[in-house]
Design a protein around this ligand. Structure first.
Ligand code: AMP
Ligand code: MG
Length: 490
């Protein structure tokens, strides 16, 4: 079967990839398939689903696949690894969607490659289902993300710390797999022509107007930086903690990529860390804009020779792009919070209003999603103020003062109640993939072969801005249900 695959990545210098085929598996079975995505990709969804187990396991690849593993490097928790790369992943080629946009078609968990280092090249079912459901949720929330086309169980066991687990392959699509680490890979080998080729490729694929700039590499840095600012502001809006923001896990397209131990906040806490391997809290919720800026600085370093021949001058130009990054994320976040507070106008004091609310939430360990969503009810029903008081019990006077200040501010804003409520609902989701529900669904699927809770969760996260019929999906976890630690599962 042919999928109309194209192979632009294979045209990059040989340093950046190795041709290698996925390793066939014992008994592949397609257990989840994303029909809507297949259709958007211009595929015959029914036919592809019917053959997915064979096509995406490596047992009978698409006839037009040219599988390869990509090379990259990366700073992992601040330390540089010059040799990473797809250790358990294969690019089959690229697909153009109905709008003509190019997407990588990529397998994860599909066998060893020259970049596997000590790893087995495989993935466990739980983490692949996790990437599937979280990427579906992110997409539905309106946040740039790689997407998941299918999960194929392999019929083989993978050995992990806690013993054997069912194995699986994730079929994912991405605007591209260009990472900060791709550039670092070429730069750390001093390969100027490879870097030049990467710059040109990234510009052509993602930022075509940068080609016409006076200094295209500088324009590229500017545009990648802006895209990342937009992304991080969206993460902060929905309470997303990526958990492993290493430079190899930052996509230059501005999509969220590589869902490992990621999680969504239940109670608001800017210092929140979930990942079991993030011992220092490097990638805590509230650190994400700082660490994105750190990653962008690593990206900028690889571009310096292409920005100006004088190193000092190149550094200064790059710093001028990177310095405003955190303020930019803060501003974009403030814009989303204004919408959530029901404001169409802008005033100087809005930032303080937002800060005070977050501080009240932090003190009360209030549920981030629920508290912000409930503000829309307060607009129409003044009695609902009591509800907010009950959500923010730690400082009743502070909460009352905040409510009063907010109401005064609303009076100076032009929106009518109906428009205001719908605006607020459009930015404050009711449903996020809550950690306790994700964990329960994954363990039910992985340990008992029961996909029903997973499918119910999947359906709920697909309509995040609607009130779901089942309150299971909007209810925060009871204290004993709270998930405090998440794992990579690699
Ligand atoms: P990650 O933490 O998933 O971003 O992966 C970091 C690096 O480890 C990447 O180069 C992966 O390809 C590689 N890796 C992760 N798990 C495995 C595995 N089971 N086998 C081989 N390589 C792996
Ligand atoms: Mg990764």
């Amino acid at each position: 079967m042919k999928l109309r695959l194209e192979h632009s990545w294979a045209q990059l210098p040989p340093l950046m990839h190795t041709a290698v085929a996925p390793l066939p598996v014992a008994a592949p079975q397609c257990i989840v398939f994303n029909n809507a995505l297949a259709t958007q990709l211009g595929l015959d969804a029914r036919a592809v689903e019917a053959h997915a187990a064979q096509l995406f396991s490596g047992n009978a690849l698409p006839d037009d696949a040219q599988p390869l593993a990509m090379a990259y490097a990366g700073h992992q928790f601040g330390g540089f690894s010059p040799q990473l790369g797809d250790g358990r992943a294969h690019l089959l080629g690229e697909l153009r969607d109905l709008q003509g946009q190019r997407h990588d078609l990529h397998l994860k968990g599909s066998g060893r490659t020259p970049y596997s280092r000590g790893g087995d090249g495989r993935a466990a079912l739980g983490p692949m289902l996790r990437e599937y459901v979280i990427s579906v949720a992110m997409y539905a929330l309106g946040i740039p993300t790689t997407r998941s086309l299918a999960v194929i169980s392999t019929g083989e066991a993978v050995l992990r710390e806690d013993g054997p687990l069912p194995g699986a392959i994730l079929v994912r699509t991405a605007a591209s797999h260009l990472r900060v680490g791709s550039f670092q890979f070429a730069a750390s080998r001093g390969d100027g022509p490879a870097l030049r080729a990467l710059i040109d490729y990234t510009i052509t694929r993602h930022y075509p107007d940068a080609a016409h700039a006076e200094v295209p590499a500088l324009a590229l840095l500017q545009q990648v930086t802006e895209r990342q600012a937009q992304l991080i502001a969206q993460w902060l809006r929905v309470g997303f903690v990526h958990g492993v923001m290493n430079t190899d896990n930052m996509a230059l397209s501005g999509e969220t990529i590589d869902y490992g131990p990621c999680a969504f906040l239940d109670e608001y806490d800017a210092r929140k860390v979930f990942s079991s391997i993030d011992h220092q809290g490097r990638y805590a919720f509230g650190n994400q804009s700082l660490l994105a800026q750190w990653n962008l600085a690593r990206f900028a370093e690889t571009l310096l020779p292409f920005i100006a021949s004088d190193e000092r001058k190149a550094e200064q130009l790059a710093l001028d792009v990177l310095d405003p990054f955190i303020a930019r994320v803060d501003d974009l976040y403030l814009q989303t919070m204004r919408v959530r507070l029901g404001l169409a106008s802008r005033e100087e004091g809005d930032a303080a209003l937002v800060r005070q609310l977050l501080s009240l939430m932090q003190q009360s360990a209030a549920d981030y999603t629920l508290t912000l969503r409930s503000l829309a009810d307060l607009v129409a029903d003044p009695e609902a103020g009591l509800r907010l008081q009950s959500m923010l019990p730690a400082d009743p006077h502070g909460t009352a003062a905040w409510l009063a200040a907010w109401r005064v501010r609303l009076q100076r804003d032009p929106l009518d109640t109906t428009a205001r409520r719908s605006q607020m609902h459009s930015m404050s989701p009711a449903v996020i993939p809550r950690n306790h529900l994700v964990e329960a669904a994954l363990s039910q699927a992985s340990l008992h072969g029961d996909l029903q809770p997973f499918e119910a969760l999947l359906a709920a996260v697909q309509r995040p801005y609607d009130e779901p019929a089942d309150s299971l999906f909007t209810t925060p976890p009871a204290p004993q249900e709270r998930v405090r630690r998440t794992f990579c599962g690699t």
